[in-house]
Design a binder for this molecule. Structure first.
Ligand code: KIV
Length: 265
């Protein structure tokens, strides 16, 4: 049975921790779906890990629709959540509603994710009224990287922590079915998680959140070079690909591949 927002709420009611992983194409979505991951997030991290940009800011609604539709085709059971990219919902409520509608109608998303607190409350309740479930995102919201002056842990001061807690409660009141907490101190995430009836999903937010999310390329070891402290690699697919690519190139150079078993008579 496909995972729905009711199942996500039920995880918290049963105190059952759950995982969310980002996905950007049908092949990855199929693997994650078959592995039983209940939520696939088509994150705007797409811009960084797939499209090669230094931030998420260049990602467009068309990019998100294209990749969300691919993930939708690969996933049969998992819930597909699509990020609203930078400037797809900041200019006006109408634009936000229309763009969220595109992610659902053209991309096949089951829900959308919005970054921010107070500034997205009205949009959140309008989308929920329109039948589009909303996942909130607080803490280090990468679309505000220029405002933050880099990818930095958020919510360290008492005032900032208070703001994040208040925003989380307001998002829940506006109808959000879950809230991502990114790069905040574990104690703040514990407090937010204990204050909400809807689940929190942490990334760099410590062990007390109801769920945890990681980026596909980080969790499977495809990202090369620096990864944030909170990343745990569960595989080294990047190294495996490099070894296999070298072996392929060597066999081609040596005339070993293709052999008779790979050749039509
Ligand atoms: O874009 C993304 O991948 C995200 C997750 C890191 C939560 O927003």
């Amino acid at each position: 049975m496909p995972v729905t927002v009711r199942d996500i709420r039920a995880f918290k009611e049963r105190s059952e921790r759950f995982a969310m992983v980002t996905a950007y194409d049908a092949a990855a979505a199929r693997l994650l779906d078959e592995a039983g991951i209940p939520i696939l997030l088509v994150g705007d991290s797409l811009g960084m890990v797939v499209l090669g940009h230094p931030t998420t800011l260049p990602v467009t609604v068309d990019d998100m629709v294209h990749h969300t539709a691919a993930v939708r085709r690969g996933a049969t059971e998992a819930m597909v959540v699509a990020d609203m990219p930078f400037m797809s919902y900041q200019a006006s409520l109408q634009e936000g509603i229309r763009n969220a509608g595109r992610l659902v109608k053209e991309g096949g998303a089951n829900a959308v994710k919005l970054e921010g607190g107070a500034r997205v409350l009205e949009l959140t309740s309008r989308l929920v009224d329109a039948g589009i479930p909303v996942m909130g995102h607080l803490g280090l919201t990468p679309q505000s990287v220029n405002q933050f002056g880099g990818f930095r842990v958020q919510g360290r001061s008492e005032e900032a922590a208070h703001r994040i807690l208040a925003d989380a409660k307001d998002l829940e009141a506006a109808g959000a079915f879950s809230v991502v907490l990114e790069s905040v101190p574990a104690e703040l995430a514990r407090k937010v998680t204990g204050s909400l009836e809807v689940p929190t999903i942490g990334i760099g937010a410590g062990p007390h959140c109801d769920g945890q999310v990681l980026v596909y390329h980080d969790v499977f070891g495809i990202t090369q070079g620096h990864v944030p402290r909170f990343v745990k690699r569960y595989a080294d697919v990047g190294d495996t690909i490099k070894q296999a690519a070298r072996a392929f190139a060597r066999e081609v150079a040596e005339g070993i591949y293709p052999g008779p078993e790979h050749t039509y008579g």
